[in-house]
Design a protein. Structure first.
Length: 445
């Protein structure tokens, strides 16, 4: 414990790290404040019915991602989900459209162009999601809530126009906050904003679960303690999934004369069991949310009635398949065996027993496919575990933390942020946050 507090003191001794942490905290506070600002023209006191309808199913998950802004009819109601949807579309285009493939190969300049296209596409997605969200407000909250609209002399048409612009500006501002955190703060800004929204709902979920168990005679306190123990082991399993790697040995020559290599040092390529991180679940979740847009965010209509019930076997089967497919897809996009083989050859390295060139590419691709299979299946089970928790009597709010996107985002983002903090400490010759002095996040070795 003494070592822990000493490490905390060391964090504040580093001026750059102290400024970055302060900057990150300030922007997060701005975001949380914006989540409480209700759209102009709506009476916040009459939103109770809409808030209760956004606590379950996929709409409840979206409300969790936005830190409650969705249910509050806030100016940040749509959050970063439109940006994530646009990012998914652009990445898919990078696989199938030659122009986007070329941009991916252009390095930093290509990345900037793709980011700019993603922003334009985000605006287009917002122009679709904004009116759908406002239609849900009109359908699910009483007409008295719009009394302020009438007092302003607005018609519903002008209210929808102005509110759509505000929602668009709010989401773009949240995206800007995320980019500022990434550039001048600690961690990945977009991921941190999503995580903060999830964390903001966690205390409420635990209190609600405890309240329900303490007021029942079937299990009571003992059952609540058992749930916490199970949740702890699921968190440990998620951490293991995020950090697990398969190490491929690579022999590097110290001296190369002609075709012969003399001396050498053995190193390892860490191929992650879950190289895609939480992105497959986010991709799959975005697709599952898509029908809700056309159902005006009402999970009781049409196809959304099936996809909006995350405890149904149809939803979980489709969700599981999507997660497995997207895990392979995102791994193929982010892990390039050809580039890895070329880098090894350029630096005088080879895999023992495997010929350089094409054979090395095939070997790396085969290993990556083998380690991705168990990783994708494990990721799929974690994604659908909240449904099992709900079936066993856990409340909707707390069941969302038993797996799925919320748990993996919490684990992954926390590990990534701690890894960045630890790197600052180690560069200044301070002890890290862990006893070993090494902390491995999703993006680290």
């Amino acid at each position: 414990m003494k070592k822990f507090f000493e490490t905390i003191k060391n964090i504040f001794k580093i001026e750059e790290l102290r400024k970055r942490l302060g900057y990150t905290l300030a922007l997060i506070l701005v975001y949380r404040f914006g989540c409480q600002v209700v759209l102009p023209g709506i009476d916040a006191n009459l939103l109770a019915n809409f808030q209760s309808n956004t606590q379950e199913g996929l709409v409840g998950l979206l409300n969790m991602f936005s830190g409650g802004a969705f249910g509050n009819a806030s100016v940040f109601a749509l959050g970063v989900m439109p940006y994530i949807s646009a990012s998914i579309i652009v990445q898919l285009l990078g696989v199938f459209v030659p122009y986007f493939k070329k941009l991916q190969m252009e390095g930093e300049s290509g990345r900037k162009k793709m980011n700019q296209l993603t922003r334009y596409l985000t605006v287009l997605v917002l122009c679709i999601q904004g009116p759908a969200y406002l239609a849900a407000l009109h359908n699910q909250i009483p007409g008295q809530a719009f009394t302020a609209v009438n007092n302003l002399g607005w018609s519903n048409f002008w209210f929808n126009i102005v509110s759509t612009i505000i929602l668009l500006a709010g989401s773009m501002f949240v995206m800007w906050l995320g980019e500022r955190i990434t550039d001048r703060g600690i961690g990945n800004g977009i991921s941190l904003i999503i995580m903060i929204g999830i964390v903001a709902r966690f205390p409420h979920a635990v209190v609600a679960e405890a309240g329900e168990k303490f007021t029942t005679t079937n299990g009571g306190v003992l059952l609540f303690i058992v749930e916490l123990v199970i949740w702890f082991f699921i968190v440990v399993a998620a951490i293991a999934l995020v950090q697990a790697v398969r190490r491929v040995p690579v022999q590097y020559a110290k001296r190369v004369v002609g075709n012969r290599q003399y001396g050498g040092v053995r190193q390892y390529i860490p191929l992650k069991i879950n190289a895609a991180g939480v992105m497959p679940i986010i991709f799959a979740q975005a697709l599952m949310l898509f029908p809700l847009i056309f159902a005006r965010w009402d999970a009781t209509r049409g196809l959304a009635a099936t996809l909006g019930n995350y405890t149904s076997w149809q939803y979980n089967l489709i969700f599981f398949i999507f997660v497995v497919i997207f895990t392979y897809f995102y791994t193929a996009v982010t892990v390039n065996p050809t580039m890895m083989a070329e880098d090894m050859k350029r630096n005088g390295g080879f895999i023992p027993g495997v010929k350089p060139g094409k054979k090395t590419v095939e070997y790396l691709d085969s290993v990556m496919s083998k380690v991705t299979l168990p990783g994708s299946i494990f990721l799929g089970f974690i994604a659908i575990f909240p449904a099992f928790a709900r079936k066993l009597g856990v409340t909707d709010a707390f069941a969302g933390f038993f797996g799925g996107t919320s748990l993996l985002i919490l684990v992954g983002v926390v590990l990534d942020t701690l890894q960045q903090i630890e790197s600052y400490l180690l560069m200044r010759h301070y002890d890290g946050l862990m006893k070993t002095g090494r902390l491995t996040g999703r993006s680290g070795m």
